[in-house]
Design a protein around this ligand. Structure first.
Ligand SMILES: [Zn+2]
Length: 264
């Protein structure tokens, strides 16, 4: 049986361990069921997630012209502090920006390779943490819009990392951190506008990934260079498939690539 479709990030279900689904137009694959099986991944073509054309993927699953045009790829997505919908000010499409930005957002601490600060819509918790491969995470503030979350993140970045190391995350070379005490330590740096939204009472969320064997020297599969790959699946963490030969495949990083996946 061969499944073919355009890659988008895997859907997840928060259970112990996390359940992963690769969803195509007409089919889906429950990835956990492929563990310990040898699978083949073949590149078929590109398909921009916006225009659908077979054009090289530039970023986030979009071709270059869509990336610089559509509201889903604007700068405030990656840099929430640039959000302006709360002022009624349009960037690319005010209706879309109001819908996404003017809803509850959370600033959180997550530990995937080190403790880092991040921002997400409240509705994306714990999905966002799972996608990052965090084994533990905690909310710091819950604010009514994206801008407030963004300026809080910027202020906290001076005192805690905002990046993770994907190799460390995949090797599982990780430490257990007390995120409650991190939160208490960082509280003093929350900007005045967001101080009232501090969350004092919640505890860590712990996440367990379906991994049988961690890679010792992860090497990333790039479908442009290796359009045909075969390997035994030994784990899934974050948005990465992990294979027995140390190959790792970043599904999220390959959005917009049409692939055929089959059992060997
Ligand atoms: Zn496009």
């Amino acid at each position: 049986m061969t499944y073919q479709g355009v890659l988008t990030k895997m859907k997840t279900e928060f259970s112990q361990p996390i359940q992963y689904y690769l969803v195509f137009e007409t089919d889906f694959i429950h990835i956990n069921q492929l563990l310990e099986k040898t699978i083949r991944i073949q590149f078929v073509k590109h398909q921009c997630l916006n225009c659908g054309l077979d054009k090289p993927i530039f970023r986030q699953g979009f071709c270059k012209s869509c990336f610089f045009d559509i509201p889903q790829a604007a700068d405030w997505i990656m840099r929430p502090e640039l959000s302006t919908a709360h002022l009624g000010k349009e960037d690319r499409d005010l209706a879309y920006e109001k819908q996404v930005q003017l809803q509850p957002h959370v600033v959180y601490l997550a530990n995937s390779s080190n403790v880092k600060v991040g921002v997400t819509r409240k509705s994306q918790i714990p999905t966002r943490w799972i996608d990052q491969g965090a084994h533990e995470a905690i909310e710091i503030v819950e604010v009514p819009n994206r801008y407030l979350a963004g300026i809080t993140e910027v202020a906290l970045k001076d005192h805690v990392a905002d990046k993770t190391n994907w190799r460390t995350m995949l090797k599982n070379d990780i430490a257990d951190e007390d995120l409650v005490s991190w939160r208490e330590k960082l509280k003093q740096y929350i900007p005045d506008e967001a101080k009232d939204y501090f969350i004092a009472s919640n505890s860590e969320t712990n996440i367990q990934f379906p991994v049988l064997q961690y890679p010792t020297k992860p090497k990333s599969l790039n479908l442009d260079k290796t359009p045909n790959f075969e390997g035994k699946l030994v784990g899934v963490k974050g948005q990465y498939l992990i294979f027995e030969d140390n190959t790792v495949f970043n599904i999220r990083g390959s959005e917009g690539y049409v692939v055929a996946i089959s059992l060997v």
